[in-house]
Design a protein around this ligand. Structure first.
Ligand code: GCW
Length: 719
């Protein structure tokens, strides 16, 4: 009996080792199938030589070991001497200077601190493959890029490739609370185990850093922007130091969120007035202390005077006065303040859309050099589709960074597959017409159009303790896409999908084509079944799960009718000059085109216009019919995604297949729920039949309204 038990245990251990639970992310390295490629790469794996020493090179060795085993079935060979039979040379430009031509050296220098060059170099008549950076981190990025090219079957040993990131700070923002919960987190709890730190190092910290480094993510803010001042106490600094030490060789700097009232809460002061000498001194000393633990500490991320968070307004000071005090404390150490522009009034705004520009616009030019204003992609709040935030282009003398939300608060949480790269691509590609006529959001953020040197793309993390990291394993694609776009905002969502699918599922052509198509259509599907044609903020109360166009109570701008404005005459928020004139905050070219409901792209129609139910759209249909059609199309695409996936059963490993299969079934139900509930609700105003061409909504509106979700994850902390 005892033996049987042991046998059983060892079988189940062995089989669970083979099962794919998604923990390996896009770094699980499937075997190389292309025989020419396999031959080329196998040859290269017989001789790696590092020109220098660094903890980062140890990481590279480990990565090559894993990659060699998994892709080629054998370990790489490392040489301690630069022998003729070595194949791949790795190191920094300085370390390789003896063997590099002057021109190559100059070319590499141009690539800056995070760039890399990889390609063939000829030395004493023999050709080697070299991966070179200006710093060891560049070498690491180059190696990851090289491995990616092998996994995506694009590697050519004869071709030179060089890259440098277009954005300086490529950053994850964790909304992780010190009690282990994650605000808007749908993948379990926080991966930071503050209780066991600093003594215990969870293996996950290292795997997390590795995954980020593979994308070029180089900054992480560990804690929620709804901040707890305790993170700035000495005890927590000691814990954060452990993470910073672990992340350093991966090129990642740690940031923390600073609560504006920390001088009172942990400093024993009576005020947090940024002009008070005691407060200035508090921030200076706190910051000096922080650097004594973390010498490359990144800086502070701050949410102030927003949704009840304390800030400079309490003392009659503006955002610049508040932010600059922190910036001055960080400046001598090379740190940066990231100050969020997500603000809206404690009192009710006329239109919340306008608030950030009204508060920040007049402060243009007043913020320090080592300070960057982090602006959400849209002016309301990470909706499934928003027009770009009008601050982009409106503050030419201020560093502006982008904040995306990777965690799917408003895009299906962790029960839905929604690939977000098309949304981010749309935002970066949006024309702003300022500061120069050809400006796009991406060009402002990466400095091309704005000229700013300090650049930032931040994403609110979707990572948690779930074994597959992101709750829905397909949401790994969003972590991946975020990192790739932060590195280069000009990449297309399609290129990124190509890479991710190949790296995650291997190269089976049927599975590749099918999964890629599912990813690429998923975001538009979600917009359609949730909030089409510019509708926004009509989700469930507080937990934000599911539809809630009927949600009222509390402050009006937290309710749905404030945004959809449906009545017997029509629907939509008039933000033109005849309404709130939020549109007037954009460049004149946009104001002109979008003021006209027949000119504005229909995807933004109801964001800016209140229109009669019978208003005729480009299709010739009435607004009412078109709304119905969009909702229905969304549902049908969700069903198609489900069918596509189900046809892949023999191509995908059972564990991942089943995981995604179940979630897609839920997604279809949720899409139907959104469509039914929203259409039945809007029909109470429109008082028209549903268009005949759509599947007729079913269910009872009153039942939909009564649904409650006490177990929905990710709700705000109660402290
Ligand atoms: O979208 C809202 C979220 C809040 C979040 C806030 C913000 C951290 O519902 O949970 O708070 O945005 O971005 O500050």
């Amino acid at each position: 009996m005892k033996y049987l038990l042991i046998l059983f245990l060892s079988i189940s251990v062995a089989s669970s080792a083979r099962a794919n639970d998604g923990y390996g992310l896009w770094l699980d390295y499937s075997p190389v199938e292309n025989s020419q490629l396999k031959q080329d790469v196998s040859q290269l794996f017989t001789g790696f030589y590092f020109f220098g020493k660094s903890p980062t090179y140890e990481i590279i060795r480990d990565e090559l070991e894993v990659a060699g085993q998994k892709m080629l079935g054998s370990s790489p060979v490392f040489s301690t001497e630069r022998l003729a039979q070595t194949q791949v040379w790795l190191g920094t430009r300085d370390e390789l200077s003896q063997v590099l031509g002057l021109q190559t050296q100059a070319q590499i220098r141009e690539l800056g601190e995070d760039g890399y060059w990889r390609g063939p170099i000829v030395f004493q008549g023999k050709t080697y493959y070299a991966i070179i950076g200006n710093r060891s981190i560049g070498v690491l990025y180059g190696v990851f890029d090289w491995l990616r090219s092998i996994q995506t079957d694009t590697f050519d040993p004869k071709t030179e490739n060089s890259e440098s990131p277009k954005v300086k700070l490529r950053m994850l923002n964790h909304w992780d609370n010190l009690d282990g919960t994650v605000e808007r987190g749908y993948a379990g709890f926080s991966i930071w185990n503050w209780h066991k730190l600093p003594g215990y190092i969870d293996r996950r910290y290292i795997d997390y850093a590795r995954a980020n480094a593979s994308l070029g993510i180089n900054a992480v803010s560990l804690t929620n922007v709804n901040a707890n001042a305790r993170i700035l106490t000495t005890d927590f600094m000691k814990k954060a130091r452990v993470l910073a030490d672990l992340f350093r060789p991966y090129g990642i700097r740690v940031f923390l969120t600073a609560r504006f009232s920390a001088p009172i809460e942990i400093g024993g002061l009576k005020t947090a007035d940024p002009l008070d000498p005691g407060v200035i001194d508090f921030w200076k000393k706190k910051t000096d202390e922080m650097y004594s633990f973390i010498p490359d500490f990144g800086g502070y991320l701050v949410k102030a005077n927003s949704e009840g968070q304390p800030g400079p307004h309490e003392y009659g000071r503006d955002h610049a006065q508040g932010a600059n005090v922190l910036a001055d404390a960080l400046a001598p150490h090379g740190g940066v303040v990231i100050w969020r522009a997500f603000v809206y009034s404690h009192e009710l705004d006329e239109d919340r859309h306008k608030h950030a520009n009204l508060e920040f616009g007049p402060l243009d030019g007043k913020f320090r050099e080592n300070l960057i204003i982090q602006v959400k992609n849209g002016a309301i709040d990470f909706m499934p589709r928003e027009p770009f935030h009008p601050l982009f282009g409106a503050m030419p003398k201020t560093n502006l960074g982008m904040e995306f939300q990777i965690t799917q608060e408003y895009l299906g949480q962790a029960t839905q597959l929604v690939y977000l790269a098309p949304m981010w691509e749309e935002v970066f590609g949006s024309k702003t017409y300022r500061p120069i006529p050809a400006s796009r959001v991406g060009g402002i953020v990466d400095g091309t159009d704005s000229g700013q040197k300090l650049t930032l793309v931040a994403g609110v993390s979707n990572i948690g303790t779930d074994r597959n990291w992101t709750g829905h394993m397909m949401a790994q694609s969003n972590w991946y896409a975020f990192g790739r776009l932060a590195w280069n905002p000009d990449l297309s969502s399609e290129e990124i999908a190509d890479e991710w699918v190949k790296m995650t599922f291997g190269q089976d052509p049927k599975a590749f084509a099918a999964i890629k198509e599912m990813l690429l259509e998923s975001r538009e599907a979600a917009v359609n079944y949730m909030m089409p044609l510019g509708l926004h903020h009509i989700m469930g109360w507080d937990h934000h799960y599911g539809p809630g166009p009927w949600v009222t109570g509390g402050r009006p701008d937290w309710t749905a009718p404030y945004y959809h404005q449906a009545d017997s005459l029509g629907i939509g928020f008039d933000r033109t000059a005849s309404g709130s004139d939020a549109l007037g905050q954009y460049a004149p070219e946009i104001v002109k085109a979008w003021s006209d409901p027949t000119q504005i792209p229909e995807k933004y129609l109801l964001w800016f216009h209140h229109l009669p139910w019978d208003f005729e759209l480009h299709s010739g249909r009435t607004l009412w019919d078109e709304i119905g059609l969009h909702y229905d199309t969304g549902v049908k695409t969700a069903r198609k995604m489900e069918e596509t996936w189900n046809s892949l059963e023999s191509e995908i490993d059972p564990e991942r297949f089943e995981h995604v299969r179940q979630l897609l079934a839920i997604q279809v139900q949720e899409a139907e729920w959104w469509r039914n509930a929203c259409l039945l609700y809007f029909q109470t105003f429109a008082k028209r039949p549903f268009p005949a061409e759509i599947e007729q909504p079913t269910g009872d509106l009153e039942d939909y309204k009564k649904r409650s979700f006490p177990t929905a994850p990710g709700i705000k902390p109660k402290w």
